[in-house]
Each structure stands twice: as C-alpha cells, then as structure tokens.
Design a protein around this ligand. Structure first.
Ligand code: CAA
Length: 246
C-alpha cells in the first residue's frame, strides 16, 4: 500500500515541487488549496498532462473545522494520512509601523494556527499506527527575522517551537516531527518582492549567489518523509544557500 502524503498549499510554489517529488517516489498525493483558488482547475489539468494524478481538497487551514472536514474526507476517500507537510503559508509584508491587527492576525492564523489545525487531525492516527511524519515548512526569516515581516517571522519561529514540543511527545510512537527552514526560493512569494529590494538587500546576502530551487526543498522533504530519517526528529534543517548559519 503506498503511503499517503498530504501537502497543504500544494497548488504552485514549493508545495507543487514537494507533491511532484513525493509522487515520483511512490506516495499517494493529496494536496489542499484555499476556497476560491482560481488556479486549481488549470493546475490539475497541467499536472494530469504531465502524468500526475493528484487529489485536491478545499481547506482553509486557519479554520479548525475546515481542516477536520478536509482530513475526514481524505481519510474516507484516499486513506489515512501518513505524511503531513504543513506548507500552506501567506505573507503580508510591511513595516511594523504600518502593520494592522488584521495583517498580523491573517499571517498568524494561516501560518501558525494552520499547523495546529492540520496536525491535530492526523496525529492520533499516526501514533496508533506507530508511523508518521510531520514536516513543517518554516523559513530562514523565522530563524533570523526579516525587515517587513514581524508577523511572518513570529509565525515561522513559533512553528519550530511547536515542532520541538510535539516531537518529544510522539517520539516513542514512530512519529517524527521536523521543521525545514528554506531561504529565498524562486517562487511567486519571492518574485513578488520589489526587484530593487531583491537585488540590493536580499541576493547579496546569499553566498551561493542565487535563489534556491523548489526541487532542492522537495528533496529535503522527501528525505525527512523516508524510513531512513526515523532518527531525525525535533530538528530544524536550514536550506538557504548559506544566508544564515548558526
Ligand atoms: N533590509 C534593510 N532595509 C530595508 C530592507 C531590508 N531587507 N527592505 C527595505 N528596506 C529599507 C529600504 O531600503 C527603504 O530605506 P530608505 O527609506 O532608507 O530608502 C525602507 O526600508 C523602506 O523600503 P520600501 O520603500 O520598500 O518601503 P515599503 O513600505 O514600500 O515596503 C517592505 C517595505 C514591504 C518591507 C518592502 O521593502 C519589502 O517587500 N521587502 C522585502 C520583505 C521580504 O524580504 N519578504 C520576504 C518575502 S519571501 C518569503 O517570505 C519567503 C521566505 O520564507 C524566505
């Protein structure tokens, strides 16, 4: 029986690369998208044309009941989730001076509450079956902070606190919980940064001298999802082209 991997926010960006990599390794892939995502039908078509048979489900990760309904449906229609990749995330970049409570709440609810809301739905099943992987996609900006991202940096740093605490609680049940912290990767989230800021403030800080590739992140996720990674838990693995070392 192939393992079931659920990747939140898999329509495009890092999530798409993660879905493709795990599919190539034989996992059954389920991905989620937010309600009203206009790109889903076209995306599914292009994935089908490339030979990928992904299942997609609507899920508002910032809403607990939506996550519960989604995972209940996935469990019935596809099977219990063996690998959860908490990848869905948003930015509302602006200086703290300009940030409103709504900007703060939106990012915390999606990027941090979303991790609780999704993990809560799958963890009992994983511990009962004595096997599971939770991989939380954080960010270099959760490790070091970033200008214009008090909300995002707080959420991404909080994610790793969650990882460490939960990793302790489920370590004896064959379930690992890890964080990965990508740097600046060539996705829409990064290419939305004003070009002058990217060129003058960000690229010069990356010793490798380029943005990362989504496939490079997907390779790390695939390792953490594998049986070989059973001894890696509670870790926060940096993958940032040397931008931040500690
Ligand atoms: N470091 C230092 N100074 C910075 C800076 C930075 N990273 N970014 C902007 N500034 C400075 C500017 O140079 C400018 O300074 P002066 O007034 O002296 O010229 C000042 O801050 C204001 O900058 P803007 O004109 O850009 O101001 P703004 O209010 O229009 O926008 C901003 C501010 C939204 C923070 C914008 O600069 C921006 O988008 N910055 C990039 C934020 C960022 O890195 N986001 C990461 C997105 S990718 C991601 O999140 C994925 C991941 O996990 C890595």
């Amino acid at each position: 029986m192939p393992r079931v991997a659920l990747v939140t926010g898999g329509v495009g960006g890092l999530g798409e690369a993660i879905c493709m990599k795990l599919a190539a390794l034989g996992y059954k892939i389920v991905t989620t998208h937010s309600p009203g995502n206009a790109r889903v039908a076209e995306w599914l078509k292009s994935m089908n044309n490339m030979g990928y048979g992904f299942s997609t489900y609507v899920c508002n990760v910032d809403d607990f009941d939506s996550c519960k309904n989604c995972v209940d449906l996935v469990t019935r229609e596809v099977g219990p989730v063996d690998v959860l990749v908490n990848n869905a995330g948003i930015t509302r970049d602006m200086t703290f001076k300009r940030m409103t409570k709504a900007d703060w709440d939106a990012v915390i609810h999606t990027n941090l509450d979303g991790v609780f809301n999704m993990t809560k739905q799958v963890m009992d099943g994983m511990t009962e079956r004595k096997w599971g992987r939770v991989i939380n996609v954080s960010s270099v900006n959760g490790q070091k902070g970033a200008f214009g991202q008090t909300n995002y940096s707080a959420a991404k740093a909080g994610m790793h606190g969650f990882t460490k605490a939960l990793a302790l609680e489920v370590a004896k049940s064959g379930v690992t919980v890890n964080t990965i912290s990508p740097g600046y990767i060539g996705t829409r989230m990064v290419t939305a940064i004003p070009q002058d800021i990217l060129d003058s403030k960000i690229l010069p800080q990356i010793p490798v001298g380029r943005l990362g590739k989504p496939e490079e992140i997907a390779g790390l996720v695939a390792y953490l999802a594998s049986d070989e990674a059973a001894f890696v838990t509670g870790a926060n693995i940096s993958i940032n082209g040397g931008q931040h070392m500690f």
